[in-house]
Design a binder for this molecule. Structure first.
Ligand code: ADP
Length: 163
């Protein structure tokens, strides 16, 4: 049984994330999409909300489950017996940051391999931050995110308190 952890912020999950998780699932028996609790970024959705959105998005995908973690990704990966970390690479601009983290993680946990997967090219320009910005400006994001996320974004930005 091979297990891979796909760590990230997922604020919120996009179709690009789902594409990467599905590709990872072709390689590993189980893929755990795990939301970092200690992300330093200012988040739109709470960790629990992000988990709920992810769970709804992958509900029909066997072998993909959702979790959260605190602290070092490599420590968490060990606790779930993962042999690999999965990260998505969209463009060269992702590379430097991802390369640095992957090499640090290798230093911390040599037994854990980082696997980079490229999404379908139609998702290469997609990021959670762009989706948040579009939704904030009341732009249709239905082709970029799972339906459940689209509804959550609409609720968030159309709420009376937001007007
Ligand atoms: P982080 O804050 O760790 O970068 P994100 O949720 O933004 O968390 O992204 C998690 C991982 O998914 C990263 O490896 C990122 O490069 C990748 N990713 C994000 N958006 C996409 C996308 N549209 N296509 C492929 N990979 C993506």
């Amino acid at each position: 049984m091979t297990i891979a952890v796909y760590p990230g912020s997922f604020d919120p999950v996009t179709n690009g994330h789902i594409d990467v998780a599905c590709r990872a699932r072709e390689i590993f028996d189980e893929v755990i999409i795990s939301v970092a609790r200690n992300g330093s970024k200012q988040a739109l959705f709470s960790v629990d909300e992000r988990v709920q959105l992810l769970e709804a998005a992958v509900a029909a995908m066997p072998g993909i489950r959702v979790d959260t973690f605190d602290g070092l990704t490599v420590d968490y990966a060990r606790t779930v017996d993962a042999t690999a970390l999965v990260r998505g690479l969209r463009a060269v601009s992702d590379f430097e940051y991802e390369f640095q983290i992957a090499l640090m993680n290798r230093k911390l946990a040599p037994e854990l391999e980082t696997v980079f997967l490229m999404p379908n090219e139609k998702y290469t320009y997609l990021s959670s931050s762009i989706v948040r910005e579009l939704a904030r400006l009341h732009t249709d994001v239905s082709e970029f995110v799972p339906d459940v996320v689209m509804h959550a974004l609409r609720t968030r930005f159309d709420a009376p308190s937001d007007k």
